[in-house]
Each structure stands twice: as structure tokens, then as C-alpha cells.
Design a protein around this ligand. Structure first.
Ligand code: ZN
Length: 314
């Protein structure tokens, strides 16, 4: 039993430290920031400017109900408020978080979600560029903070926690840059990077907590929201003008914080930091990874860490 514990510890520390311990945390961090900035400036140099398309404000469903213009696109923001408030209440309960930085990250995320309800409703009541700022601003707050949360969970608490404010600033600057330079590239990046980085890191990097698959469900809902948004007019036609793609986009996007919230409530600290990709690799070899359990040993189950490691190496 003692030996097994030692082996688990060994694997845990090996996984947690596998992201370049040799280089030294500080150096690694500076290098990542420098590479990200370099890549950003390079992209800004080689890609053309993306101005805001004025037809963006021309939504399919412009019906007025109860005196509310564009009623369904306005009302469908209400779930963001409810979910944001529930999420903030969760942040007050210490039992769901083991690190202080996490509480700040999640609190900013749910503040962003709740504020989206107001910003997006304000925009959809009278869609213009000036109002779109208030729709996009809270969303970038949510994106930036969820990215920071993820860094805290998958890399380390310090890096993630000190990333919260710079990431929030990057989000706010990207919206301001779009408004004043009429160029959507930085804003598109702020949205695009977490959408790719979070599911990728959820699969490849060993998690601190259980229930990692909820990250993928959340990412799936966001992807669905983007599809709905693109098919605004088509969905309005297909549904016989009952509901538009943009209204459904709001509802799908609201499922993102729902999944992350369920994950926060249900998860517990992972006994070992084993990534989804590693589990998948073991699964492909015809075995099932069951963790450090003392339960009965059915055929083909890999309980022992050494055995699991050797399976990965074969
Ligand atoms: Zn909208």
C-alpha cells in the first residue's frame, strides 16, 4: 500500500511538473508571454484588418412583444443573469474551491456572465455599434477569466492568478481597439484563443480535478452557439418564423456556464493527475484505467500506477 502511494505521488509530481520543469518556472513563463506577443504582432502584420460588418445588426427576428423591440433576442439573455447570480453564490462557498486564485477567476467569470444579460439586452433593444460595445465587453470578461481559471487548474495557481488582470485588460483593450480602429482582429483572437486552448488543454494536460469532460461539453455548447449565430436567418425560416438562430445562440451560450457550474459542484480533487489523452491511450490498448483503488480486480483493469505507466510507454 505504502509503495503504491509512493508510486502515485511519483506519477502525480511527474505529470504536474512535466510542463518544462527543467527550464525553470519563471523563464518558461516569460518565454510563453514573449512568444504569445510575438505571434500576436506577427498576425496583426500579415492579416488584413477586419472591420465591423454593418449588416451584423440586421437580425432575423425583429418582432415586438409586450412593447419590447426585438423581443426574443432581448428576453433570451435572461438565463445569463440567473446563471451568473447562482455562480456568484457558489463562489462564496469555500467548499467548491481549494485555491484562492480560483475563487477570483470564477467570480470574474460569473460577473461577466451576469453582466452579459444587461449588456446584450441593452444592445438588442436597439442594435448599433455603440451599443454592441456593452454586449461584447462582459463577454470578454467571461472569456479572459475562464482562461485564467484554466491556467490555475492546469499549470499553477500563481501563474493563473497573476494572469487574471492582464487577460481582463487584453479583453477590454480588444473591444476598445475594435471600437476606435474599426478592426475586429484582436477581439476575434480574444474569443478564438480560449475556444481552442481550453478544449486542447482539457484533453492534453493532466487535471487537478475530476469531471474534466464538462469542459468539452461547455466548449461544444459554445461551438453550437456560434453555428446558431451564423444561421440566424435560416433557422428563423426553417422554424416557420417561430425562433431565430440568434435567440438560440443566446440559449446555447448560456449552457456554457451551466456546464462549468455543474462541473464545479460535482468535481473533487483528482487522486492522480492523468490527462484525458493518457486515459484514451490506455483505453485504446484494451484496458481501463481505474485509479488507485483497492477494489476487486476484474480482468484487464489497470490499478497499479507502474502498470499504467508501462502501458503508456509501450
Ligand atoms: Zn446577441
Amino acid at each position: 500500500m505504502q509503495e503504491r502511494r509512493e508510486a502515485i505521488k511519483k506519477l502525480g509530481s511527474k505529470e504536474a511538473g512535466s510542463i518544462g520543469m527543467a527550464m525553470g518556472i519563471r523563464k518558461r513563463r516569460a518565454l510563453i508571454w514573449a512568444a504569445a506577443l510575438l505571434l500576436f504582432f506577427l498576425l496583426m502584420l500579415i492579416t488584413p484588418r477586419i472591420p465591423q460588418d454593418e449588416s451584423y445588426h440586421d437580425f432575423a427576428d425583429q418582432r415586438q412583444f409586450f412593447g419590447i423591440p426585438n423581443a426574443l433576442d432581448v428576453i433570451s439573455n435572461f438565463p445569463f443573469l440567473v446563471i451568473g447570480i447562482i455562480g456568484l453564490v457558489l463562489c462564496l462557498k469555500k467548499k467548491y474551491f481549494s485555491l484562492r486564485g480560483e475563487v477570483w477567476g470564477w467570480a470574474f467569470f460569473f460577473i461577466g456572465i451576469a453582466a452579459t444579460a444587461f449588456g446584450s439586452s441593452y444592445y438588442h433593444l436597439h442594435p448599433t455599434d455603440a451599443r454592441l460595445v456593452w454586449d461584447r465587453l462582459p463577454m470578454t470578461v467571461a472569456f479572459a477569466s475562464i482562461m485564467a481559471v484554466f491556467i490555475i487548474e492546469r499549470f499553477d495557481e500563481w501563474t493563473g492568478t497573476v494572469s487574471i488582470l492582464p487577460l481582463l485588460a487584453a479583453g477590454v483593450i480588444s473591444v476598445a481597439y475594435w471600437r476606435y480602429a474599426d478592426d475586429l482582429r484582436p477581439y476575434a483572437l480574444v474569443q478564438f484563443v480560449p475556444c481552442i486552448a481550453i478544449p486542447a488543454m482539457a484533453i492534453v494536460l493532466p487535471p487537478k480535478y475530476t469531471h474534466s469532460s464538462f469542459w468539452l461539453w461547455a466548449a461544444g455548447c459554445y461551438l453550437l452557439a456560434k453555428v446558431m449565430e451564423a444561421l440566424d436567418k435560416q433557422i428563423f425560416t426553417w422554424t416557420g418564423q417561430v425562433v431565430s438562430g440568434h435567440t438560440l445562440k443566446h440559449l446555447s451560450a448560456a449552457m456554457v456556464p451551466v456546464f462549468t457550474m455543474i462541473m464545479v459542484v460535482r468535481r473533487s480533487e483528482a487522486l492522480e493527475r492523468v490527462s484525458m489523452l493518457q486515459r484514451f491511450k490506455v483505453h485504446m490498448k484494451g484496458a481501463t484505467y481505474e485509479g488507485p483503488s483497492d477494489l476487486v480486480e476484474p480482468k484487464q483493469r489497470v490499478h497499479e500506477v507502474e502498470e499504467f505507466e508501462s502501458l503508456l510507454q509501450t
